[in-house]
Design a protein around this ligand. Structure first.
Ligand code: ADP
Ligand code: MG
Ligand code: ZN
Length: 503
């Protein structure tokens, strides 16, 4: 590992240089079986329990293409506005690595299934940036190695390594952008927005859950700088396997600052792969890659070419779901919110839960309020996605209904949500168990108000003489007496009524 890299400030870097990016995203498809054999793709199985002669590359075994894998690739291509190849082949990418038992990866080389597309991505301020797509091709994942005995978990310093081939052969789609130019100082934001949009798209297509934290979607970030005004691209670095949206943004930013320092001091950028470190937000040198590696690609002789009929492609095109950007525009209008608010909902991963909550009967503003407020906070604290919280949209909708009908105020609703989250049951059960319904019984409320007036004669006198604002103190007293279970607005009305003041 190199010592700390020299950096220049982000502003200084951008004052002198123009960033060019290239993003390569791998998506693990959610097919039931692997790309070229019938082995299960289920996660969490005993190591090496989901393998066969084909995915282990044993002599004499023959691969067969997974039709669902091809269909998913075409759907992704179509959603990315790509052309779909009429005929294309797989190719062998030859190299040795212990996690790849065949000694070659079955991939696509000069004949990708989809090419020449674009994806429009939404930036924070509602502006749209078009990212051009070079290609989307089919390939397979490698196995997983675990290095034992070293301090870092990396191979360096390890005593021995374990290999699990369950992942070897799981279908991957690699989506490669054309060089992204013109983003300027917004390059980190554009990179993050692109990966976010791509993730939403993949999920909408139903071809993968695209959970970055589980490695189902990973991004390689290529970056180079050129002097402002120059046409030719500089030398790029390639930061591998960046595993979260935030890290994509940080990796771009860091590399801009690092490249700028090198260039400004008269040095040059080495073409190499780099590793991103979540803890420091920095990258360190990996493998030097000055010349293109020679993988001795050749067409895979054991697989027939893929030749999707135009009818099939058209049918898939006609069955594409509403794409995320279009859907967001529609929801933004329906919910009557700003670009910025919609962006926050997107960033929080809250669109689907909110829609499901509305579908379960909640008013849009209520659904949005709870998912973006209390629940987003909880998810954030626990470091999980919103959808991983142990509460369902139906339960949130019930909380909303109780608030709307006046049985719960916001404070009580938060407690109900808390109860659901810790496993006390459905909202109604939590209300019962914790005795959380607001005191709406007018008799009980009236008594509480009378007591508050009696105990605060001076305040009551002020209110009688027209200082309506002083009612707050009495409302507070009633809320305290009822353990926060009263409807504050109604309490205020009662106080003013009893003191003979018009509100
Ligand atoms: P490799 O196999 O070496 O990773 P690819 O062509 O598959 O090469 O991917 C390189 C990625 O980097 C693409 O997204 C491409 O658009 C982008 N790219 C190519 N040249 C540059 C450059 N000079 N600066 C930044 N990005 C680049
Ligand atoms: Mg690459
Ligand atoms: Zn297999």
């Amino acid at each position: 590992m190199t010592v700390t890299e020299e950096l220049v400030s982000y502003e200084d870097a951008l004052a002198a240089y123009d960033p060019v990016m290239g993003l390569e995203v791998h998506v693990e498809l959610g097919t039931k079986t692997k790309m070229f054999c019938g082995c299960s793709t289920r996660l969490g199985a005993e190591p090496n329990s989901q393998t066969c002669p084909t995915c282990l590359g044993l002599p004499g075994s023959l691969p067969v293409v997974n039709a669902t894998g091809v269909e998913s690739a075409i759907k992704i291509g179509l959603a990315l506005n790509c052309e779909i190849a009429e005929w294309c082949r797989f190719a062998r990418k030859n190299y040795f690595y212990p996690d790849m038992p065949k000694n070659f990866q079955t991939s696509q080389y000069d004949e990708p299934i989809a090419f020449n597309g674009y994806l429009d991505v939404a930036l924070e301020d509602g502006e749209t940036f078009r990212v051009h797509i070079e290609r989307a091709h089919m390939e397979e994942d490698t196995g997983k190695s675990t290095h034992i005995g070293g301090a870092t978990g990396r191979i360096h310093g390890a005593v021995h390594s374990l290999l699990d081939y369950n992942r070897a052969g799981i279908p991957l789609i690699e989506i490669v952008t054309k060089p992204i130019v013109g983003a300027g100082s917004r390059a980190p934001e554009v990179a993050k927005a692109y990966v976010t949009e791509l993730r939403e798209l993949i999920r909408a297509l139903g071809v993968s859950e695209a959970r970055m934290e589980m490695g189902q979607m990973r991004c390689d970030v290529n970056l180079s700088l050129r002097p402002n005004g120059s046409e030719t691209f500089g030398t790029r670095s390639e930061t591998k396997n960046v595993n979260s949206l935030r890290s994509v943004e940080r990796a771009v930013r860091f590399e801009i600052q690092r490249h700028a320092a090198l260039l400004a001091s008269g040095g040059s950028v080495v073409q190499e792969t780099r590793h991103f470190h979540e803890d420091t937000g920095s990258t360190t040198s990996g493998r030097i890659k000055e010349e293109a590696e020679d993988y001795r690609y050749f067409p895979e002789p054991d697989l027939v070419p893929v030749a999707p009929s135009r009818e099939w492609v058209e049918e898939l095109c006609s069955r594409l779901p509403e794409l995320p950007r279009v859907r967001r525009e529609r929801l933004k209008a329906e919910w009557d919110i700003s670009d910025h608010e919609m962006q926050s909902v997107l960033n929080a991963g809250a669109i689907d839960p909110i829609v499901a909550t509305i579908d379960a009967g909640a008013p849009a503003d209520q659904a949005r309020k709870w998912w973006m407020g209390e629940l987003a906070r909880r998810a954030n604290e626990d470091g999980v996605e919103l959808t991983a919280l142990p509460i369902t949209p139906v339960q949130v909708a019930r909380v909303c209904a109780l608030v709307v009908e006046g049985s719960l105020n916001d404070k009580l609703a938060r407690q109900v949500i808390e109860g659901v989250l810790v496993g006390e049951g459905d909202p109604d059960q939590v209300v019962d168990k914790r005795g959380l319904a607001v005191v709406s019984d007018e008799g009980a409320l009236g008594t509480a108000v009378d007591e508050a007036i009696a105990g605060n004669q001076a305040v009551a006198e002020k209110i009688r003489s027209g200082k309506v604002a002083a009612a707050g103190a009495l409302v507070g007293a009633v809320m305290k007496a009822t353990g926060g279970k009263a409807d504050a607005a109604r309490v205020r009305e009662l106080i003013l009524e009893k003191l003979g003041v018009q509100s």
